[in-house]
Design a protein around this ligand. Structure first.
Ligand code: HDD
Length: 716
């Protein structure tokens, strides 16, 4: 199963260090002022050198100021360009972050299903560009809102671009694409006042999903911890829709695509997410950039679930219904490759904003299915790019394929390509632009027969089984988080019709769940279950299932909390040990400047350590773990200030790993007063690993604290 597959994959892991074909392709458009002769000199857009960009040409008598002249084409151009900088933001998934990387398969094991080179040729390193996003908020909204996350991957294959436009959740709110404008209108800010931003906690969203029970399964996922990921790097990705694979014998299989993060699936806690929204709205964007720049390249294993044509109807759900998962007990996940993101963008707008994905972009060996959500998506994406970017959007550097493009499509706004030919039609006397003799995309010869009507299949009518399966599969604390999340959201709906309707719907999923939520939000508490919950579950839906086999602190952010008078040798040792575990450390002091260790006079020019941040400027929410070193006066100074006390108490409340040494232990015990903790008792004590992930150790026993003792535990 997934874990076994992933372990096997690790052995064959590759490090994507070489420059990909796409990065080489982008060089044609990259301008580096340091490498261009006179590169730093201003010019107009038509290349004329500019002497002054600060003063509009004007008439003046030498004393006062006279009128500005319209003839000043240099100033006019500057204002023109500024006036037209904005393009329409994406109608959904407006807020995002992107990165470049490489995709590779381990061997040709997928060739029994597909002839696609990208999925079968292990000698290839296919360049990719990935964009992660939130769905509801606008471009300037915060990162850590409760929402599904977009997970869109563009593969620049030798046979053209292939896009998997997925989410971090394997199912969708609706079954038929024609309902998309309704669900999006309902979740987006309400029409009368454009409120709320980056939130689904409002009447219209819950009104719609309460009246549209096919949403129930995805609502459970978004209300679970999946809705508030710790990092884009710690999310699963899913193609969601059912596609098809066609092999070289022309046989077709149905397929679902999966991404599994090497670091495991981890979430924030809701209280953290709310606070980070204000403390650092760019938290996820920066996290992606920070990890890649530090060389901790995010990696995902790529898997497929495959169903043969013959088995299409052998399930009690319809495999073409995007509101259903294919339980892995029924359809095992097969890991076939991996993706590494190893390069941040050079400029956000031309890359992350202008990248444009289309579910309809597939390559030979991959096909669509009759999934009614996918069929509608195949129309919508191409269409929206025309509004966003213009008809020639596929010529933009980030979107153009790495293989040749040749056809009779011509003209339109902002056409870049110049084709040297006297014909632009087929057939033509020059035999130019002719269809591929072999290797061209060939649709699967599917037999289609039926009655034209606006209906959905019989199995599409069942909506609660898998919502129940998902809820049952969560651990007790994941369930508690879900109850809190639904309660938070419904308590933000002030129309009783809305929350009462949803409580009734919840009773179809689980009686206890409905009762708990009703109690908290002041709704009518149901007296009897409306539907049985037989308790079926599967381990693969809980995010705990994806924890890495070996716990890791790779790329985790760890704060070392200090005041003047800390133990320098200890801090150095802690930093070295954490660095060896590939974590990043941040010295947080009373000021962003020199902080003085024991024995060094305050204000000295030498002997201090430079703190990365000060206690007020950053908060515990932005870190995965905290360490408090020894030092008598340092510990006393920490204890004298409310902010460091708040730091550790808050981190403790968020179930983070906390380590303390020597007098740092006394600070935890006496000033922060963390409850229910066993502490190292004296200055020489061995390490004591208490419940709740608090590790304390006597000063003389520091050497026993290795980086791996500070395992990151959160959410439990
Ligand atoms: Fe969509 C963007 C994912 C259903 C119409 N969608 C968009 C993006 C992602 C998804 C990740 C952002 C891509 C990027 O980073 O540029 N969408 C999904 C998933 C769906 C889904 C996983 C269900 C399986 N979407 C869906 C439907 C429709 C759309 C049913 C329309 C009928 N989606 C769009 C869009 C967007 C979009 C309006 C906005 C910007 C864009 O396409 O490029 O066309």
């Amino acid at each position: 199963m997934a874990t076994a597959g992933v372990t096997g994959a690790v052995k064959q892991a590759f490090t994507a260090t070489t420059e990909s074909q796409k990065i080489a392709d982008l060089q044609k458009n990259i301008v580096d002022p340091d490498k261009v002769p006179k590169g730093h000199t201003f010019t107009t857009d038509h290349g004329v050198p500019v002497r002054d960009t600060d003063n509009w040409l004007r008439v003046t008598d030498g004393v006062g100021t006279g009128p500005s002249l319209l003839e000043d084409q240099i100033s006019r151009e500057k204002i023109h360009r500024f006036d037209h900088e904005r393009i329409p933001e994406r109608v959904v998934h407006a807020r995002g972050a992107g990165a470049h990387g490489i995709f590779k398969v381990y061997d040709d094991r997928a060739s029994k299903y597909t002839s696609a080179g990208v999925l079968t040729d292990a000698s290839r390193e296919t360049p990719v560009f990935v964009r992660f996003s939130t769905v509801q908020g606008s471009r300037g909204s915060a990162d850590t809102v409760r929402d599904a996350r977009g997970f869109a991957v563009k593969f620049y294959t030798n046979e053209g671009n292939w896009d998997i436009v997925g989410n971090d959740i394997p199912v969708f709110f609706i079954q038929d694409a024609v309902k998309f404008p309704d669900i999006i209108h309902a979740v987006k800010p309400e029409p009368q006042n454009e409120v709320p931003q980056g939130q689904s906690a409002h009447n219209n969203f819950w009104d719609f999903v309460g009246l549209q029970p096919e949403s129930a399964h995805m609502v459970m996922w978004v209300m679970s911890d999946r809705g508030i990921p710790r990092s884009f790097r710690m999310m699963q990705g899913f193609g969601v829709n059912t596609y098809t694979l066609v092999n070289s014998k022309g046989e077709r299989h149905f397929v679902k695509f999966h991404w599994i993060p090497e670091l495991g699936v981890h979430s924030l806690m809701w209280d953290e997410a709310l606070k980070i929204n204000g403390q650092d709205p760019e938290f996820h964007r920066k996290d992606l950039q920070e990890a890649i720049n530090a060389g901790a390249y995010p990696k995902w294993y790529f898997g497929v679930q495959v169903v043969s044509e013959a088995d299409e109807h052998n399930f009690d759900f319809d495999i073409l219904d995007a509101t259903k998962v294919w339980p892995e007990e029924l359809v095992p996940l097969q890991i076939v490759g991996e993706m590494v993101l190893n390069r941040t963008v050079d400029e956000f707008f031309p890359e992350t904003e202008q990248v444009a994905f289309c579910t309809s972009h597939i390559v030979p060996g991959i096909g669509f299915s009759d999934d009614p959500l996918l069929q509608g998506r195949n129309f919508s994406y191409f269409d929206t790019q025309i509004t966003r970017l213009g008809i020639n959007w596929e010529e933009l550097p980030i979107n153009r394929p790495v293989c040749p493009v040749m056809n009779t499509h011509r003209d339109g706004q902002s056409r870049h390509t110049i084709i040297k030919s006297n014909v632009n039609y087929w057939p033509n006397r020059n035999d130019q632009f002719h269809p591929a003799e072999k290797g061209g995309y060939q649709e699967y010869a599917q037999k289609v027969q039926g009655i034209k009507q606006r209906v959905r299949g019989a199995k599409f009518q069942e909506h609660y089984n898998q919502a129940q399966l998902f809820y049952n599969s969560l651990t007790a604390y994941e369930k508690a988080h879900l109850v809190n999340a639904v309660s938070f959201e419904l308590s933000h709906c002030d129309d009783p019709v809305v929350y009462e309707t949803y409580i009734k719907l919840l009773n179809n999923i689980d009686f206890e769940l409905a009762k708990k939520v009703a109690h908290v939000v002041g709704g009518i508490v149901p007296k009897t279950p409306v539907r049985e919950n037989p308790g079926w579950s599967t381990p693969t839906l809980s995010q705990t299932y994806y924890a890495p086999k070996e716990p890791t602190i790779k790329s985790r952010r760890i704060a070392i909390l200090v005041a003047d008078g800390f133990d320098l040798a200890e801090v150095k040792a802690i930093r070295a040990a954490l660095k060896a575990g590939s974590a990043t450390t941040w010295l947080i002091g009373p000021r962003r400047g020199l902080v003085y260790p024991e024995g060094v006079e305050m204000g000295s020019e030498k002997g201090g350590l430079l703190a990365d941040h000060h206690w007020e400027g950053q908060r515990s929410t932005l870190f995965d773990a905290i360490v408090v070193p020894s030092g008598a006066s340092h510990a006393q100074r920490l204890a004298d200030n409310g902010r460091p006390i708040h730091w550790v108490r808050e981190a403790f409340g968020h179930c983070k790993a906390i380590g303390a040494i020597g007098e740092g232990v006394a600070f935890l015990r006496e000033a922060a007063q963390l409850p229910g903790i066993e502490y190292a008792t004296n200055i020489n004590s061995e390490a004591v690993v208490s419940s709740y992930g608090v590790v304390t150790v006597g000063r003389a026993s520091l050497s026993s604290v290795a980086a791996d003792t500070l395992k990151i535990g959160r959410g439990e």
